[in-house]
Ligand binder design. Structure first.
Ligand SMILES: *[C@@H]1O[C@H](CO)[C@@H](O)[C@H](O)[C@H]1NC(C)=O
Length: 291
């Protein structure tokens, strides 16, 4: 009996040691971030990212509860190991939309492999930007809230995004991405607030999402292959859109798109395909809709 106990304790000790040594956490507060919603914490986030990205073991960037003001930020790979980006708090954009200016993005991950983004709320404060656009004034191009470029093996789990200037979530030139339990919210009629935009990407799965936006719930651009959308609630907004395709003469096509168990409420369309009436070598679309 005593021997058994000590053996199992030895195992549990080893197990604890393994867990701890295999995952270092970099808390943004340690690097000067302030959860007050007013202090610019961009550099603290980038510092925590750089340490996590260069760590020899799997690492976590931890954003605790609270509100963090972040300007346009690029989280760049490749990293040494697997990274978890754990957002327990809310990330807010500057109140003046010009601060994100013409960068086109707000939070951007580039060339990262094996990344998990857990939780979090992003509040891009888009209302003043939409008003600028509706007034016909000269406005900056605007920012997408969270973008993944050339990222592989990514999980985005439980992300909430509200009031994006443009798209909430963009997946561009990625492989093997799972988006689950996303909640993306912007008012009906807010201009160009797509929920999720997927482009030039292979093996994207979007499951159990609530997508209430002003523009497309999901927009599917050239070069999308093997996209699965399952159990999504879409609307208001324009529904799920493939395209616009065929704008260029030489352009990648869209292949093997599946939508299952979708509920559309107050959206202009269910699924539509938009294409340009001009010559293009891109191949045909194959769409499969189930129930
Ligand atoms: C189509 O995409 C699904 C994922 O949505 C994948 O499981 C399936 O293998 C793909 N089919 C082909 C023919 O590539």
């Amino acid at each position: 009996m005593a021997t058994k106990l000590s053996i199992s304790c030895l195992i549990c000790l080893l197990f604890t040691f393994f867990i701890e040594s295999s995952n270092a956490a970099y808390n943004v507060n340690t690097y000067g971030a302030k959860p007050d919603g007013k202090t610019d914490s961009t550099q603290s986030f980038l510092k925590a990212w750089t340490l996590a990205c260069n760590a020899a073991q799997a690492s976590t960037v931890l954003i605790p509860k609270g509100r963090y003001l972040i300007k346009a930020a690029v989280f760049r790979g490749p990293c040494m190991n697997r990274i978890t980006f754990q957002i327990d708090g809310t990330i807010v954009a500057p109140t003046d939309y010009r601060a994100l200016g013409n960068s086109g993005y707000w939070i951007l991950f580039i060339k990262v492999d094996r990344l998990t983004v857990y939780g979090g709320t992003l509040d891009a404060n888009g209302a003043a930007f939409w008003a600028c656009r509706k007034s016909g004034n000269n406005c900056p191009v605007g920012a997408r809230s969270i973008t993944f470029n050339w990222a592989n093996n990514v999980v985005i789990s439980g992300l909430t995004s509200i009031n994006s200037q443009l798209s909430h979530l963009v997946i561009n030139s990625c492989n093997n991405v799972l988006v689950r339990n996303a909640k993306l919210i912007a008012p009906d009629q807010s201009p160009n607030t797509d929920g999720i935009h997927v482009q030039s990407s292979n093996g994207v799965t979007i499951t159990s999402g609530i997508l209430q936006t002003g523009d497309d719930c999901i927009s599917i651009g050239p070069g999308t292959r093997n996209l699965l959308m399952n159990n999504i609630k879409c609307g208001p907004g324009h529904g799920v859109s493939i395209g616009s395709l065929g704008k260029e003469l030489n352009e990648d096509g869209v292949q093997n798109v599946t939508l299952t168990n979708a509920v559309f409420t107050g959206s202009d369309n269910g699924v539509r395909i938009k294409s340009w009436a001009r010559a293009s070598n891109s191949f045909d679309v194959l769409v499969r809709l189930q129930e």
